[in-house]
Design a protein around this ligand. Structure first.
Ligand SMILES: *Cc1c(COP(=O)(O)O)cnc(C)c1O
Length: 384
């Protein structure tokens, strides 16, 4: 497809970035598994670690179209995308400001690796623009945000933060995994670089590990220069799996978002639930901001059970909803952040981030909500 402008979202998902099967006219993209390509007639040297096989190049067009950027790159994991991109923009002596609530892997990468490279970092006190401003130094090169955040679904003001960055000649990066480009396109709010764990909503079936970054040609060239050295590319079979997944991303994520809103409203009314965190609820402190910058509120929510209802017992009693580490698959899953994603933090650090021991994170799938509700009811009843 030559011209992507004005195409609707489902058309982009289905068609942009197809690899044409000129020889046999098959309906779907052929997979090019070659690690070796002739160099006659081509100015690009094709090689999987150069991120430029036919499948890689074409899938990047779909991701760029979804994020409304000029270009994109795909990686072997979300962390490969995050680490490569950060190292492309931060040199020895540079400084980065990161928001306080971050995906655990990103937090670990920063605190465990940056000292080796002589890169300075600060975390904000909270998500207010003042707390970002306070941390900016003359050598700050990047502001890094994640909205909605994990696991409490707090919302960061993308326009305010990217505006602050621009005033100071700083690049803004966002981890857009939780919203996906279906629910939020940060470039509309001035954010420069969009990062994804494609393992989550882009893959959507809990069977692909991948990452992506979307940005301008200039920024993607910078990232590519580091990416080819770090070597975090992914196999073309996985690229093909991801292409197939992206075709249904809008349908899946819309349905998951609709289901999550229904489940959030149901849980809010449940007498055995003391608190629900979902940006689509009017009771959420960031509801107005979420409405401004998100199209739907996403498929993730979290909640706390009332005192006396043990969250581990509750999750063990579920029959349909699976206890599971990862998120964003078409199947509903739950986990305890204290036991899993945030287990490495001290109880004090968790308390500082507002994560109580009984908190349950709920990744809502595409099932019928009546069946999800019935499962939650039977699990709660069994604990009497
Ligand atoms: C899972 C996740 C990552 C890391 O992605 P991997 O594919 O596991 O490497 C980064 N950010 C967020 C928000 C995630 O949920």
């Amino acid at each position: 497809m030559k011209e992507n402008k004005n195409l609707g979202i489902n058309t982009i998902c289905t068609h942009v970035g197809e690899v044409k099967d000129e020889q046999f006219k098959g309906a779907v993209s052929p997979i090019y598994m070659s690690t070796s390509y002739a160099f006659d007639n081509v100015d690009v040297k094709r090689y999987p670690r150069y991120f430029n096989t036919p499948n890689q190049e074409m899938l990047c067009k779909k991701i760029a179209a979804l994020e409304k950027t000029e270009n994109a790159l795909i990686f072997g994991s979300g962390m490969a995308a995050v680490s490569t991109t950060l190292l492309a923009f931060l040199h020895k002596g540079d400084h980065i400001v990161l928001q306080q609530t971050l995906y655990g892997g990103t937090y670990n990468f920063v605190v465990e690796e940056f000292d080796k490279f002589g890169i300075e970092y600060s975390f904000t006190q909270d998500l207010s623009i003042e707390s970002f401003q306070k941390e900016i130094k003359p050598n700050t090169k990047v502001l890094y945000i994640e909205t909605p955040s994990n696991p409490l679904l707090t919302i960061t003001d993308m326009k305010a933060i990217s505006g602050l960055a621009k005033e100071n000649g700083i690049v803004t990066m966002i981890d857009n995994t939780f919203a996906s480009p279906i629910n939020q396109t940060p470039i509309d709010f001035g954010v420069d670089i969009m990062l994804h764990s494609a393992t989550k909503y882009m893959g959507g079936h809990s069977d692909v590990l991948a990452g992506a970054v979307a940005a301008s040609n200039l920024h993607i060239d910078l990232i590519w220069n580091v990416a080819k050295n770090l070597g975090g590319s992914l196999s073309d079979f996985t690229v093909w799996m991801l292409e197939r997944s992206l075709k249904t991303m809008n349908l899946r994520v819309k349905r998951q978002s609709k289901n999550a809103l229904k489940m959030a409203k149901y849980l809010e009314k449940n007498a055995k639930v003391s608190k629900v965190y979902y940006p689509g609820l009017k009771s959420h402190p960031d509801y107005q901001l979420a409405k401004k910058q998100m199209k739907n509120f996403g498929g993730m929510l979290s909640f706390e059970l009332c005192d006396g209802v043990n969250s581990m017992d509750f999750m063990n009693a579920l029959q349909l909803i699976k206890p599971s580490m990862s998120l964003a698959g078409i199947e509903s899953t739950m986990l305890s952040p204290t036991q899993t994603s945030h287990a490495l933090l001290s109880p004090e650090e968790r308390a500082q981030q507002g994560i109580k021991d009984g908190l349950i994170r709920f990744s809502v799938g595409i099932e019928e909500t009546k069946d999800l509700i019935a499962d939650i009811e039977q699990a709660l009843d069994s604990l009497q």
